[in-house]
Design a protein around this ligand. Structure first.
Ligand code: C5P
Length: 237
């Protein structure tokens, strides 16, 4: 593992090259960040929890025929994925008003949205990931008009699948962020992760927050609720 070449270190993951040029190793770190990286902490077992959660979710998404990068979990904190050319785009899908959407548009958190809403953010640290529209995506050469249609269709498919998965374990999927990449053949695949770091998950009965908002808003410890999300996911059939 130590001989592998580190390609990239993000806020919560390290990406290594492997002997196979088409395969990367992703290592989930015990680090949590918020507020554009201003808030940061080491948190024991968070990496293992997120690796296990996203691995289970990607396995289920594969069963739903959502094309994605996941190959297999290789250890508590590591997984192998297909190497993709990642688009510098954060795709946010919302089912219920919350977070920056509520703030920007003055809509109370918890207001159900009549239909899901997609937002694009330009992944650019120096610019602090600004919200952008389809024309900006084309202008910035991130994707073509045809690819934007595909990305939106895929994002809605992921939303439908995730709503069902979480509903089956008593969790309301409020919103989430996903990222896409292109494989060698130019196919657009779901990459990155789906974890309580990247989703807002509310308990259906109690409305308890089961996600990173606990950390962002100083509302409590995330580890017990991430454990609870993993426990429930593990018990799906
Ligand atoms: O903050 P905002 O309301 O725009 O977040 C929408 C969704 O996208 C939330 O589920 C949040 O966890 C996720 N997100 C993320 N990474 C970011 C920004 C938002 O995972 N950089």
């Amino acid at each position: 593992m130590n001989e592998l070449k580190l390609l990239y270190e993000g806020k919560a993951k390290r990406i290594y090259e492997t002997a196979d040029e088409h395969v990367l190793l992703v290592q989930y770190m015990d680090q949590i960040t918020a507020l554009d990286g201003l808030k940061k902490e080491q948190m024991a077992s968070k990496g293992a929890l997120n690796n296990q959660i996203t691995s289970l979710i990607f396995e289920i998404l594969s069963d739903y025929n959502v094309p994605n990068h996941f190959i297999k979990k290789t250890s508590e904190t590591e997984q192998l994925v297909k190497r993709l050319h990642m688009l510098p785009l954060e795709v946010v899908v919302r089912n219920v008003a919350a977070g920056s959407f509520s703030k920007r548009l003055g809509v109370a958190e918890g207001t159900p949205l009549v239909r899901p809403i997609i937002e694009f953010y330009y992944k650019n640290d120096a610019l602090h990931d600004p919200i952008i529209n389809d024309d900006h995506v084309v202008f910035l050469d991130i994707a073509t008009d045809e690819e934007i249609i595909k990305i939106k269709r895929r994002a809605f498919e992921v939303n439908e699948a995730l709503i069902r998965i979480f509903e089956s374990i008593g969790i309301r999927l409020v919103d989430f962020k996903i990222e896409f990449g292109k494989d060698e053949d130019g196919q657009i695949l779901l990459g990155d992760e789906v974890t309580p770091d990247t989703c807002r998950l509310w308990d259906m009965d109690t409305n308890e927050r089961l996600d990173k908002d606990l950390y962002r808003r100083d509302l409590g410890d995330v580890i017990p609720v991430y454990k609870e999300v993993l426990r429930r996911l593990t018990h799906i059939n």
